[in-house]
Design a protein around this ligand. Structure first.
Ligand code: KIV
Ligand code: ZN
Length: 516
């Protein structure tokens, strides 16, 4: 079977999703999980975009040993130099250069003629070739580029030294047959095409990203670019888990496979969702909560008789295991440790002790503690943010005929423990006003979402918030059996992250760099 290379751009195109802003630790956390998933290439960021992006790419380059680390760069020397700096510690670095080629982009964005596009891209590739063995070149908006010009651009890129030519459907405009035809045409007409790899990069504006990526594979693409859970600019990118499972499940048809460790998919999806705050819809293919749920009686009856009647993929394939060990109040440390191993966590002794104490608290409030509860509890503090504020207690008074009020006690780094009370339009408004007074931070609440981690009245609630303060924004998560407490925790978590960003210039917000 033909091997299809997987190029993950969760940390670059995925991070361009509105509202997503990962800090350096979070990027490394995701990159290490992508390494476990065994992706071939990780695009870690766009180093010239901001000092924070450069530092993030560098941190990933230092942490990851078993994947090529890629940095994005416009076709200009300053960007290439920033990427050199960011990738200097990578074991296997790759530069990803791009320049738009479509008539719309040439006319309105670049204001360049075709020959200028060719010259600019060629000069950039030749300059980069002095420093990088591996260079990927992307003719941005290739989908809407004249096919003969795209062949000319690809031939130039190969001559100049590119090792991969990536074909982006930047605006998600293509249909599968049109997109497949681009690959077929390049394969048949471009001199030297056998010396490089061809890659596909699709966006999902018309819901065809996965279909287009698969059409590219059928027509000769060697590499697929995409993100976990399909996050990315606007409607997102190709969801890599969908491509991987399509190739696995329909190997008879595609005759191609990836090297992904499929059993890491569920864990990777959860981590990306948690750290980006982008909730995976229940009906999302492969990783949605309902992807393996059978609701109708006829389906349930069929599955009970023989799974394959309605199940084309088994949940175990992507790492969803039915747990045999249910934990509760009487479970001891040994059973808890076994469960952690079973769920794939590798924790230090100190972390196990902390997690066990949290588990005991939870088991006091919930009869049965499910795998999802344990994951939510452990992953809540997977990435530590230095705490400026810590929520100690919260008290809320609510009645449908009275004004809700809240009292909070917050431990601060510099002013000891502070207590404040406030009234609000609702309980959460009152809590957030009291926290604002206690922390003396002025922030805007940009986004608030809540979901339950498991089923049942005693389910854990998970709250996600995005806070903004001037140019800075940060997200925060909170988990508790009580949604008001989860809301307060998420808010305080986001405040801590905001302050961390404000303090560290290397993590300043992305400059307003246009993709030109
Ligand atoms: O969608 C796109 O065109 C891109 C390029 C930078 C490859 O993300
Ligand atoms: Zn893209």
């Amino acid at each position: 079977m033909r091997k299809i290379y997987i190029f993950d751009t969760t940390l670059r195109d995925g991070e361009q999703s509105p509202g997503v802003n990962l800090n350096m630790q979070e990027k490394v956390e995701i990159a290490l999980q992508l390494e476990k998933l065994a992706v071939d290439r990780i695009e870690a960021g766009f180093p010239a975009a901001s000092p924070g992006d450069l530092a993030g790419v560098n941190a990933v380059a230092r942490a990851v040993k078993n994947a090529t680390i890629v940095g994005l760069s416009r076709s200009r020397e300053q960007d290439i130099d920033a990427a050199r700096e960011a990738l200097k510690d990578a074991q296997d670095p790759c530069l990803h250069l791009f320049l738009a080629t479509s008539p719309i982009h040439r006319k309105h964005k670049l204001r360049m003629e075709k020959h200028q596009v060719l010259e600019t891209a060629e000069a950039a590739i030749r300059y980069a070739k002095k420093y990088f063995d591996k260079i990927e070149f992307s003719p941005e908006d290739a989908g809407r580029t004249e096919l003969d010009f795209l062949c000319e651009v690809t031939e130039m890129a190969i001559r100049a030294g590119a090792t991969v030519v990536n074909i982006p459907d930047t605006v998600g405009y293509m249909t599968p047959s049109e997109f497949g035809n681009i690959f077929k045409t390049l394969k048949e007409n471009v001199k030297g095409i056998e010396r490089i790899q061809l890659s596909a990069h699709c966006h999902d504006d018309l819901g065809m990203a996965t279909a287009n990526a698969l059409a590219a594979i059928l027509n000769g693409a060697d590499q697929i670019e995409g993100t976990i859970n399909g996050i990315g600019e606007r409607a997102g990118n190709t969801a890599l888990e969908e491509v991987a499972l399509a190739l696995e499940t329909r190997a008879d048809f595609f005759q191609a496979k990836t090297s992904l460790k499929l059993s890491e998919i569920a864990r990777t999806s959860r981590l990306v969702s948690k750290l980006t705050g982008m909730v995976v819809p229940g009906n999302k293919a492969i990783v949605g909560a309902n992807a393996f749920a059978h609701e109708s009686g006829i389906h349930q009856d069929g599955v009970l008789k023989e799974k394959t009647t309605y199940e084309i993929i088994s949940p175990e394939t992507i790492g969803l295991k039915e747990s045999k060990l249910v934990l509760g109040k009487h479970s001891g440390r040994h059973a808890f440790r076994e469960k952690l191993v079973d769920l794939g966590y590798e924790l230090s002794e100190e972390q196990v002790n902390l997690a066990f104490a949290k588990f005991k608290d939870l088991a006091d409030k919930k009869k049965n503690v499910s795998d999802e509860d344990i994951r939510a509890m452990i992953e809540e503090k997977l990435v530590e943010t230095p705490e400026v504020f810590a929520l100690e207690t919260i008290h809320v008074s609510y009645g449908n005929r009275s004004v809700p009020n809240a009292a909070v006690r917050i431990r601060t780094n510099d002013r000891g423990t502070v207590e404040e009370k406030a009234e609000g339009n609702g309980s959460i408004d009152a809590i957030y006003k009291a926290i604002d007074q206690a922390t003396k931070e002025e922030v805007e609440l940009e986004d608030y979402s809540i979901k339950s981690v498991t089923q049942g009245k005693d389910a854990l609630g998970e709250v996600h918030v995005v806070l903004r303060q001037g140019d800075y924004s940060a997200q925060g998560r909170g988990v508790s059996t009580d949604i008001l407490e989860a809301s307060a925790r998420a808010y305080v978590d986001a405040l801590n992250r905001l302050i961390e960003k404000r303090k560290s210039p290397a993590r300043s917000k992305r400059d307003n760099v246009t993709l030109i």
